[in-house]
Design a protein around this ligand. Sequence first.
Ligand code: HEM
Length: 768
Amino acid sequence: MSAAEQPLKVDNTLGAAFIGVICAAILYGELTHSKDVWYIKGLVALVWIFDTIHQSLICHTGSVRFNVSSLKRLTADAGASLFLCYHKFQQSDNVNSYGLEHHRRSPFQRSCWISSPGLPDNESLEMPAWLSLSSVAPLHSQPKLNILAVLPDVLIAASLFYFLHRSRTGFKKSDTMITRLIVFTVSTGVFTSICAIASLVSILAWGNTLIYVAFYFSLGKLYSNSILATLNARITIRGLGEDSDELSFSLQTVTKSCQPTFNTSAILRPTNISIKIDTTQELTRDHNISDLERSSLSLPPGPAGLPLVGNILDMPCSKEWLTFARWGEEYGDICSVTVLGQPIVIINSARVATDLLDKKSAIYSDRPTLQMAGELVGWKNTLVLLPYGDRFRRYRRFFHKLIGSAAAMKQFNPIEEAEALRFLRRVLIASRAVGATVLRITYGYEAQEFKDPFVQLADQATEQFSLATAPGGFLVDLIPALRHLPLWFPGAGFRHKALAWGSTLCDMVSRPFDHVKQQLAAGTAQASFTSALLSGKVLNQQEELDIRWSAASLYSGASDTTVSAIYSFFLAMTLYPEVARRARSELDEVIGSDRLPTFDDRESLPYMNALVKEVFRWYTVVPAAVPHCSTQDDVHEGYFIPKGTLVIPNIWKFTHDPRAYSRPDEFRPERFLASENEGVVEQDPRSLCFGFGRRVCPGVHFADASVFIVCAMSLAALDIDKLVVDGVVVEPVHEYSTGTISRPKPFKCSIKPRSPRVVSVVEAGSAI
Ligand code: HEM
C-alpha cells in the first residue's frame, strides 16, 4: 500500500495543518480603491469573494477541533473572515493597489486573527472532530487528482516563459521589457508551482499525515495573490520602461485602428497592458536593419553553452588566440560565445575585422569595463581602457600631435638612434631590458644604464597590466559583484593583488610626471611628450590629469610591446641565421663597414624593411588584441550583434592565416619583396597587428621606428647565433607567454660583436 493509500493518522503532524491555516490567513488579502475600469474591479471583487469563502472554509476546518456544531462554526468563521476583510479595507490608504502591500505590513496581526475565532471556550482542547478526519481524508487518497492540479501550474509558467522568450524582437528596450515580464512570470508562477509540487510530494510521501495540509491550504491563496500581484505590478512594470523622451503605444490600440496612437501623458495611457516600443534613436538606428534580416536575427555561431552560465567552461585560460582560431575553423570567420549573459564575438579573418572594426568604427570603438585591471587596479584612466567619448578623443589628440605620423616621429629620430646605440652598449656589456627610449620620449628622462628605478617600475606595471587584462584571468571580470568582497574574506586574494598592483601603477604614473614638473619649474626640462603638453600653459585639474594619464598611456603602451618585438627579433635571428646573413650583407653593401645605420638609410634597405614587417607578423605581440565593445545594435553578415557585445579580433590568426601568408609559421622576409614574388607581395602586417578603427594603436609609427633602428643597428654590429655549450647546440625555446601583451619565453642565444672595432665605436657612442 502506498503512503497515499494508507488511512490518515492524526499524530504530531496536526501542527502542520495548523501552520497551513495560519499561512493561508497571512496570505489573505483585501480590496482597496482603484481607478481601474469596471471589469477589472469586478475581477478583483470576484477574487475576493472566492478568497473569503475559501478563507471561511479554512477557518472552519481549523476550528472543527472545537466541539461546536459545524454550521454554527462555519457561520462564525465566515463572519470572522469578512470582518478581517473589512478591517483591512478600512486600514488601506493605498488607492491604487490590491491587497498585497498590506499583507507585507502586518502578517502576524493576521495570524492572530485566524486563531481568535476558535478561542471562546475551553472546549478547544478536545479533538473528536479531527479524529473523525481519519475516516474521511478525501484529498490525500487522490494523488492523481493532485498531479493534475500541479501540471497546469508548471505548464502555464513554462509556456508563458517560452512564448515571451520567443517574442524577443531584437529591440533592446522591448527585450528588456520582455525580460522583466519573464522574471515576473517566473517569480509569481514559481511560488504556486513550488507550493503545488510540495503539496503533491507530501501527499505521495506522507499521505497518511497532515503535512500536505500546510501547503494545500496556502495554494488557493497563492493563486489569488498572483492575480492581485499581476494587477498591481502593471503600474510598476510600465513605469520601469518609461523615459520622458520616449513614446509608448498600446498593442490593443494598434490592432483596433491599425494606426499607433502615441501617448506621452500618463492620463491618456490606455488601461490594457501595453508594450513599450523603442523610439527615437533606436527606431532611426534599426530602420537600417531590414525585416528580412530581423527575422533571422541571431548571434554568430559558436560552441553550445550551458543554461545560465553559457560558455564559461569553454573559455580558455591561456593562449586564448589558439582556441579562438580553432573555433574559427569550426564555426567560420565570425563566431560567438556567451559568458554569463555577455555576448562575445570573435573575429578570425582580417577582412571581417576591417569590415566591422574599421568601416563601422563609429559603433565598435568602446571598451568593456574590466573589473580587475580597470576598476580595482586603476588602469581605467589610461587610454587603452578609456570608454569611447570626449576624454578618449582628448588623449588621442595629444598622441596624434606628437607621434601620430612618420613625419611627426622624425623629431624623435635622434633620440631613437642615441638610445639604440645605448641599447647596443648594454647588450655588449650585459644584456638589459629596454624601455629607456620611451622614457626619454615621454618624460625627457635619461635612464641609468643599470637598474633604473623608472624603467623597473614600467616593466613591473606593464607586466601586471598584462596579467590583469588577460581574458579569464580573474573571476571578478565575470562576476563584477565580487569586487565588493571585503579584504578579509576567504578568496579575496585578488583584492590584495589589486591593491599592490594599484600602488605600482600609481608610482608609475606619478613619479616620472612629477619629475618633469620639477624640471620645468627649474627650467631644465628636456623636450618630451609631457613637457610639450605642460610647458607655458595654465591648466586646470582635469587638464593636468588628462596629460598625466596620457603620458602614462604612452609610456606603458610603448615599453612592453616594443621590448617584446625586439626579443622576438633576436629569437628569429637565432632560428633563421640565413635571414640575418642576408640582412647584414645588405647593410654592408648600402652603409659600408664604417658606420652604423640611421633612419636616413631606411629607404635604401628593402630587405631590412621586409625583415621589420616580418618581425611584426611572425611574433604577434598583442595576439588577441584588446577587446572592443559595441555601442549600438548591429547586423553583420546576417548575424545580430547586440549593443554591449565584446568584439575580439584574433590578430594572431590574421597574421598566421595560410590564406593570407604562405607557410605562416616560418620567418621569411622575402614574402614582402615584390621582386621575389613576381610583383605580388603579401599583406603588410602593420595594418593588422596594431588593431583597428578608432582604437588603432596610436604608437604604430613609434613602434615601427624603434623596431627598425634597433634591428638595423643590432644586425650591423652583432653576430646572433644559437648557443653552443661543450660542442652541443642549445636549441632556443620558441614559445609565447600568456597575457594581453605576449613576449617570447626566455631563450638562450649567443650574441657577439661582429668585430673588435665595433665594440670600441659602440662604446664611444659615435659613428663607426
Ligand atoms: C610592437 C609594438 C606594438 C604593438 C604590436 C601594439 C599593438 C596594439 C594593439 C593591438 C592595440 C589595440 C588596438 C585596438 O584596440 O584595436 C594597441 C593599443 C594601444 N597602443 Fe599599441 N602596440 C605597440 C606599440 C605601442 C607603442 C610604441 C605605443 C606608444 C607610443 C602604444 C600605445 C598604445 C595605446 C595608448 C593603445 C590604446 C589605444 C586606444 O585604446 O585607443 N603601443 N596597441
